[in-house]
Design a protein around this ligand. Structure first.
Ligand code: UDP
Length: 218
């Protein structure tokens, strides 16, 4: 018998913010703190904030009856690559939520989500796999969020908004409320710059900035 092993993938800035949230969940479940480690493909040291940093291979080699991993890397394309790695090795994606997260009625959140402190998800919301909602972000009623979507801190996603897979919404951006049957749509892989105020649909792959948000001309 070996106790399950839990890991935060990414021992950088965001990983160090997510690890204490995971630790709190494990403390409440009575799991010893040495069963929580970081994984990093370029380990910054052997220990980070008191937890061991393992390579992926070391993580797989460590005796454990089960393995659970949270992907704490902001880049959604990297999260998709690493989620395939988890799947290939029978590792379970680990959902981590801050204790003060608020979730109201009929909210479905996919595997591997990270919901940081002060995140609010209101009512009738669908969210895909490996979503990141950084501190103080909210998602309001009737939103549909795809897979590998990233919300930086303080994103205000108002009601009836669709955010397609791999979109990245920058710090403090505001997404205007859509209408029932005519949601505001942020296209696949789009990037919304920090502080942008999005009043219209954003095309797949586009980057928009400013108030009102407009496509970035390079
Ligand atoms: N990383 C990794 N495997 C990958 C890509 C990234 O282990 O395929 C690690 C990388 O070494 C770094 C962390 O993930 O320690 C990502 O840190 P970064 O500062 O880029 O992003 P953030 O912490 O802001 O998400």
């Amino acid at each position: 018998m070996n106790d399950p092993l839990y890991a935060i993938y990414g021992a950088s800035g965001f990983g160090r913010e997510v690890l204490p949230l995971g630790r709190e969940l494990l403390v409440r479940a009575g799991v010893a703190s040495d069963r929580l480690v970081f994984i990093d493909d370029a380990p910054p040291g052997q220990l980070v904030n008191g937890h061991r940093v393992l390579t992926w291979q070391e993580f797989l080699d460590e005796p454990a009856d089960a393995r659970c991993v949270s992907l704490a890397i902001a880049n959604g394309a990297i999260r998709e690559k690493l989620s395939n790695r988890l799947c290939d090795h029978g590792v379970t994606p680990w959902n981590i939520s801050a204790a003060n997260k608020v979730e109201l009625d009929d909210v479905a959140v996919g595997e591997g989500a990270i919901l940081c402190a002060f995140v609010t998800l209101t009512s009738n919301i669908r969210i895909g796999r490996h979503f990141h909602a950084n501190i103080y972000s909210y998602v309001a009623h009737d939103c549909v969020i795809g897979d590998f979507v990233t919300f930086a801190p303080g994103v205000m996603c108002n009601g009836n908004v669709v955010v397609e897979d791999h979109a990245y919404i920058g710090t403090g951006a505001i997404l205007r409320q859509g209408k029932p049957g005519r949601p505001l749509r942020i296209g696949r892989g789009a990037v919304v710059g920090m502080g942008a105020v999005v009043t219209k649909d954003v095309a797949a792959g586009a980057t928009v900035v400013g108030n009102p948000a407009r496509p970035l001309v390079k």
